[in-house]
Design a protein around this ligand. Structure first.
Ligand code: ZN
Length: 157
């Protein structure tokens, strides 16, 4: 389970582009293996995507190999995920401990093990990924604030 998973269903507000963008993460989950559901780019909301239109896809997942064969494909026994994470050094680990942990789930428990996220252009894909990294940085900042709050102990009088 992602750290602070309740934040994953929140809308993201991407401030890096020309307009505000909103995505509820994860964008694919369970039986829903493609995003968007409407044939409109989820970022610019101006150009058509999905068949038969031109599109740029962020695709992920795995194929189950058929035993004794060189073929493989999607399978109902598999579920797919796509995360971006920040992992700080713990205990005797090497590296800075003040960066904060964060975990953003873009795809979760996608049945069959494969998914597609469609955009009209590389520019809109970049904006989507940027919004996911923005969410990761927001979670890292929240984790740092939590760590600071834990280290400040109330004085006893
Ligand atoms: Zn677009």
């Amino acid at each position: 389970m992602p750290v602070g998973s309740t934040t994953h269903s929140r809308d993201l507000n991407y401030k890096g582009g020309m307009t505000k963008q909103y995505f509820a993460l994860p964008v694919v989950r369970g039986k829903r293996s493609s995003f968007p559901t409407r044939a409109l780019c989820p970022v610019c909301k101006r150009r058509k995507v999905l068949e038969p239109h031109t599109m740029v896809l962020l695709s992920g997942g795995a194929c189950l190999r058929v035993k004794g064969s060189s073929s493989a494909g999607p399978d109902e026994h598999m579920t797919a995920f796509l995360d971006i994470r920040s992992h700080t050094a713990h205990n005797s680990g090497v590296g800075r401990r003040d960066k904060g942990d964060g975990w953003v789930r873009i795809a979760e428990d996608v049945r069959g093990g494969q998914f597609d996220i469609a955009f009209c252009s590389p520019r809109c894909l970049r904006q989507f990924l940027g919004s996911c990294v923005d969410e990761l940085e927001r979670q890292m900042a929240l984790d740092r604030a939590r760590q600071r709050a834990k280290s400040i102990k109330p004085s006893k009088k």
